[in-house]
Design a protein around this ligand. Sequence first.
Ligand code: FE2
Length: 477
Amino acid sequence: MDVRPELTGAVLDIAQATVNFPQYDGLDSLKDYTKLYPNNWENILPDGPDAGAETNFTQDLFFSMERLSSSPYQVRRLNPSSDSVAFQVDDATAKTITGSTLQSLFSSGRLFYADYRDQKGFSPTNHYGAACDAYFYIDSSSGDFLPLAIRTNVGANLVYTRQDTANNWLLAKIMLNVNDFWFAQWNHLAQTHEVVQIAYMAAIALFALGTVVDQIFPFTGSSAQDYTTDYYKNKGSGRFQPNYFETELEARGLINSNVGPALKNFPFYEDASTIHDAIEGFMTTFVKSYYPTNRAISSDEELQAWVTEAQGPAEAIDFPSTTSTTDLIDVLTHFAHLASTSHHTVNTNELLDISSTLPFHPPALYKPVPTRKGVKNVASFLPPFVSVLDQFVVGALFARPKFAGSQRALLHMFDDPTMLDRMNPKTKAAAAKFQQQMQAFSSQVSAKTFDADGLSQGMPFVWRALDPNVAPYSITT
Ligand SMILES: [Fe+2]
């Protein structure tokens, strides 16, 4: 376990945040929640949250672009030839917001959908959550990726758009964030941990009654366990080959789509592909320098025994028969991708940096989902101070700020002298090249800032989750 220094830091930071309580002015307003950050969290969040997270969260583009950066695993483009629309938005409202009807957005491949309806019916904790689904669209004049409508699917099943009052629309976005946080965190167990380290679930203590999940989420620990298992087994997150980086993004119509326009900005793809390409480059040299032919792969008895075990007793889902150098390069690249880029996009430092930042991302609502659109003070739905502290402790359990600049950072993924000493010169050279590429990319990521339009990669916040000198190279436990 790597968690001890972070816990010590969290204890100190909690003490400081408690001393600073008078500066939050009672957490009565959204603005008050932004006061939680200055002069606090120097151990667990030493550089503060992502730039823009506390100032720009009310912008629609902030909300929508999070679906293409800090939480990129749910949204998908609706394909007019194989999908249908999930709910209606009346023509007048859709036209006012987008210039088009819902049907016209759908048939031109500009309509996207995020679906969290499978969170309906879970056992509740003392907190609340909806089970939202939502539309996003590519704007025909600006090309921006923006939200269109959010439906709650509980209670009065209200549909919100930005035609509602600012408070109501903001609460709708927060309700979706609650569902998305639940999805992102439990799905990440299914999609990365369970695929990479199948025994992980046995060791995890998060789900126990009265612990982490029950304290800060809307649904219980056993619901989280069921949800994770469902995603792993039935909803595709446990599949091996179909979740290859580009294959999976193509399946959701986010890259190389044969309908509709391309996304103008796709920060997750932009950053993750740089790392993925470099990993693939290393694996290509590594595999080809040891296996000159496909025959060398198919006749390696130990390798084939491993594949047989993965496909058989280990019950890995859609694990490929590995009969060519390309197959093995893909398998190894995918393991490294899952354990690094894929994981750290939605977990590790990212929780405190952006995806659980308050006031926009509470892990649960602290008042029931409204049955009418009369919300006056959105802050009344947010966690009280004692729950804020719980939330920061949970974030701190997963954050690894002290790995920044250390040997545990992603750019050192293949930088293991004991391993490299036993490897051939081509592999050693490939490891050195990977490190150089990642060092250069780290310089780019750490230099990200807002442009003249107040945007970074087309977003009103600066997303640095995949800095290879900050994110770890492995799944942390
Ligand atoms: Fe994790």
